[in-house]
Design a protein around this ligand. Structure first.
Ligand SMILES: [Zn+2]
Ligand SMILES: [Zn+2]
Length: 319
């Protein structure tokens, strides 16, 4: 048995379970731990039995629940070195001074260096205000430090590199580089029992190395992020539109269809369209665009097109 369950897909969170009878992997933890657990239980998966959590890249919609989920269930977490460093940077609070800390600092300097200022400030009202500030500042700073240690600590940390295959249990994992505006983003090919599942989302275009990796996939999870017209006319600021449309942004419905028409080998029994934008796409439009592409090659009967959803798990596909 080789099975794939997309628990969530889209800019508000991504999470997928890939498993055999013996090995259970999770790709990305882009929802809160609580939501991941809820969706896993709904899909009949047990978070207590996960053997590995693999991270594609450090964007929020792929990492939101990583530390809490990994720690709570003692799951080894797999990153590339650059993605791990970027993830840690994101979780480390900036060292700029808060207003409360600044007040506290000013009070401390005044108390030690300027006796006249302190005498003046020891007016009852100011002093009590000062005490309140100092207590509040302490209570704000303390948990922040604990949180920092807590959030980047993982029960077990494993590194991988794009292009180098490794195995977890009875699943072979091949990470491959994708063009996206993150430190070291990857897609994955998973192989077990002679079958392949390929995951390619969050990519600006389809370079030849990605075509190569998606060959002979029995199940293909392919980004179909936006309709170009909807994005152009849609609510995003121009800078964001440019980012999404760029070579390191996201794959449009047309780009996914172009791949299915021209470079795709026609092997898969399932294509799951994923990472659909809620603002700049319509599920039926994405489906229609992909199905037309398959029809042009008379592949539509051999291949089912499914839509991954942001709000609920897609029914498990057993290969
Ligand atoms: Zn994403
Ligand atoms: Zn991303």
């Amino acid at each position: 048995m080789f099975r794939c369950t997309v628990l969530a897909s889209g800019s508000k969170g991504n999470c997928t379970v890939i498993r055999t009878e013996r090995t259970r992997l999770v790709v990305d933890a882009g929802l809160s731990c609580r939501e991941i657990v809820k969706r896993m239980r709904f899909a009949g998966e047990e978070p207590e039995k996960i053997d590995g959590l693999l991270i594609t890249h450090e964007h929020q919609d792929h990492i939101q629940g990583v530390s809490v989920f990994a720690q709570r269930f003692r799951i080894p977490t797999y990153f590339t070195g650059a993605t791990h460093a970027a993830w840690k940077r994101i979780l480390t609070p900036r060292k700029t001074m808060s207003y409360l800390a600044w007040l506290e600092e000013r009070k401390r300097i005044a108390a030690t260096a300027d006796a006249t200022f302190v005498a003046h400030a020891s007016d009852a009202e100011e002093q009590s205000a000062g005490t309140a500030v100092s207590t509040l500042a302490a209570s704000v700073e303390q948990p922040a430090l604990i949180e920092e240690e807590y959030s980047t600590a993982l029960p077990a940390l494993e590194f991988f590199s794009a292009g180098k295959s490794f195995t977890i249990g009875d699943i072979a994992v091949t990470p491959f580089t994708i063009p996206h505006d993150a430190a070291d983003p990857v897609g994955f090919v998973f192989e077990a029992e002679g079958m392949r599942i390929a995951v390619a989302t969050d990519l600006g275009y389809m370079p030849p190395n990605v075509h190569e990796q998606l060959r002979r996939a029995d199940l293909l999870i392919l980004e179909s992020n936006h309709d170009v017209e909807m994005l152009r006319d849609g609510p995003y600021p121009w800078s964001v539109k440019q980012r999404v449309l760029s070579r390191v942004g996201h794959l449009s419905n047309d780009a996914a269809a172009e791949f299915l028409t021209e470079a795709y080998d026609g092997y898969a029994r399932w294509v799951i369209l994923a990472h659909l934008s809620e603002s700049n796409n319509l599920p039926e439009l994405a489906r229609l665009t992909a199905e037309r592409a398959l029809q042009r090659r008379a592949l539509h009967e051999a291949c089912s097109v499914l839509l991954a959803s942001q709000t609920m798990p897609l029914e498990a596909i057993t290969l």
